[in-house]
Write a protein that binds this ligand. Sequence first.
Ligand SMILES: CC(C)(COP(=O)(O)OP(=O)(O)OC[C@H]1O[C@@H](n2cnc3c(N)ncnc32)[C@H](O)[C@@H]1OP(=O)(O)O)[C@@H](O)C(=O)NCCC(=O)NCCS
Length: 244
Amino acid sequence: MYELIPIAQAPELDEEAGKRFAEEWPEFIFHDAGVKVFRDRRREFFLDWEFYLVTEERRLIAGCWGVPIAWDGTVEDLPGGFTGSLGRAVTSYEEGVVPNTFVLMAAAVRSDEQGQGHAGRVITAVRERAAAAGLDRMIAPVRPTLKSRYPLTDIGSFMSWTRSDGLPLDPWLRTHVRLGATLLAPAPVSQTMTGSVAEWEKWTGMLFPASGSYVIPDGLALLQIDRTADTGIYREPNVWMRHA
Ligand SMILES: CC(C)(COP(=O)(O)OP(=O)(O)OC[C@H]1O[C@@H](n2cnc3c(N)ncnc32)[C@H](O)[C@@H]1OP(=O)(O)O)[C@@H](O)C(=O)NCCC(=O)NCCS
C-alpha cells in the first residue's frame, strides 16, 4: 500500500526526490522570477504542505506540494495562476488572513512509475489532508502535459477539446476530471519566464539566430525572442481546475 507523508518525515528521500522530480520538468520552468522572491518564505511557512507518496518499504513514488489561500469560490477571485497563487498564499500568511482553499501547485510521479494511477492516489490523499485541516476547497493551476504538442493553440480552446468519450484530450486534465474535478477557467499567464537570449539557448538546447516566435521543447506556448533587447519571454498557460 501507499502512504502520503510530509517531506519533513523522510529527509532521507530528499536527495532522490530532488533528482528524480527535477528530471520531469523542462529547465525553463525553474526560471520564473516571480516565484523566486517567494521561494524561501514558501518553505518556511508551508513546509507541512509538501509531501512524498511512498510504499510501505518507503520507496519514493511521487511528490506534490501546494499552498493554502483564501478564495471566495468565484472565477473572478482566482489568482492569475501558479505564481499568483504563491504570492497570495505568502502575503495572506503574513497578513494573518485565514485560508479556506488548498491550491495543489505541482505533482510529479517518478518516470518508471507513470501511467499506473499514482497521480490519482496523490490527489485523493492530499485532498483528504486539506479537508482535515479545514481547507474545504481544492483547486489547481494544472499544466496540461499534451499542450506542448499544440503550442499555437490558445489555452481556452485547448482545454475545451475532448475525446469521443467526452473526457479531455489532455491526459493530465483527464486524470483530474476522472477524480471529480471540473474545468474552471483558462490561466493564460500562469507563469512568466524571462531571460537573455544566451540563457534561453542554454535552457532549451536551441539556437535563436533572429528575433521572432519559436516552438521550444516542452513549451506549452511560444517563446518570444527579441535579439535587439537581448530578451526572451515565455508565458506558461495553465488550466484552473476545482476538485469536489
Ligand atoms: C502528469 C503525471 C503527474 C501523471 O501521473 P501518473 O501517475 O502517470 O498519472 P496516471 O497514471 O493517472 O495517468 C494519467 C494519464 O496520463 C497517461 N500517461 C501517464 N504517463 C504517461 C507518459 N509517460 N506518457 C504518456 N502518457 C502518459 C496515462 O495513460 C493516463 O491517460 P489515460 O487517461 O489514457 O489512462 C506524471 O506523468 C508526471 O509526473 N509528469 C511529469 C510532471 C508533470 O508534468 N506534472 C504535471 C504538472 S503539475
